[in-house]
Design a protein around this ligand. Sequence first.
Ligand SMILES: Cc1ncc(COP(=O)(O)O)c(C=O)c1O
Length: 386
Amino acid sequence: MPIAHRVSTFGTSIFAEMTLLANQHKAINLSQGFPDFDGPDDVKAAATAAIAAGQNQYALSNGQIDLRQAIAAHAHRFYGQAVNPDTEVTVTSGATEALFAAIIGLVNPGDEVILFEPFYDGYVPDVIMAGGAPRFVPLRAPDWRIDLDELATAFNNRTRAIVVNTPHNPTGKVYSRAELEAIAALCQKWNAVAISDEVYEHIIFDGAQHHRLAQLPGMAERTVTISSQGKTFSFTGWKIGWAIAPLDLTTGIRRAHQFITFAAATPMQAAAAYALGLDDEYYSTLAADYQRRRDYLVEALRRSGLEVGAPSGTYFIMGDISRFGFDDDVAFCRYLTAEIGVAAIPPSAFYSDEHKSLGKAYARFAFCKRMETLERAAERLSRLKR
Ligand SMILES: Cc1ncc(COP(=O)(O)O)c(C=O)c1O
């Protein structure tokens, strides 16, 4: 039987393929972006306490009040952003669902949505399922800058939205205030919505600053800010995310969300509310620990012959593989997994067909792993040079 046209182009994700290959070759998996360690014990205890206390039935569709208040308090504490927890926050099953609900709830068939490349792999299917048309603007290596003329050309009177991801997976770029101002000016000129995916907001290095697009002048009324507890608290399997948006945009998001999942898992919402209230030291230690891991893997990759710029945020490193002489990133990553025993992601998967060649000189490595995992990976990577 045929499947629906709207999903017929999706295929299996590169993550599934690389994980299968990694398992077959018992490779150290630096491909998928999830920690090989758990988040804090007291956050786990908050989840089990919520289950024991009987918080086991459907949550409120928009999110439990405690969690919506905690999300608003977090926005105020870290960014001085005023958020109304009743009318401007929607709790979803991870940022994944927040992105889908925002796009399906705000984009009409035929609308264009601007996506930077390399993109997080959920954005394109979300736009296609909404009947929209993705419009691609590549970030330019080696420092992944935006070509502002190219961006300006992508906007037109069919542009409904732009998706911005800062800190950026897979490049580790943290968008500068000037870049966000340029994006904001174009959104206002063309009356477009900005969907700002900030799931790595607390994984940021070397004193870099994360700016919230919603807080730039003229952007509060047109920005959806998306985040989740997965990366910040190292529980990616819990899938609690949220969208912060003004009332009119929230209305679109909630109308979609009520029929996508209706509500996110109740006890995990209680634990996420607890986690968001952890003290400042938790957040600074998270970034410092990741910075140590970043420094370690950057050095190991450089010693192994890759050209690597240190990322300013996220837990990903893009390594330039061109000097190894492989046909492309897929061939390199297959070799690395099967022969060297370390799995990485070929980033051409994060480009449209039009710009795929831009990703072929790189491999993406995730360092959200225990130091001992990274040490074992470094040992194996040292064979690469030989
Ligand atoms: C940029 C980006 N957005 C969204 C997500 C999904 O977040 P969640 O696990 O909360 O659904 C990820 C996960 O890897 C991501 O890297």
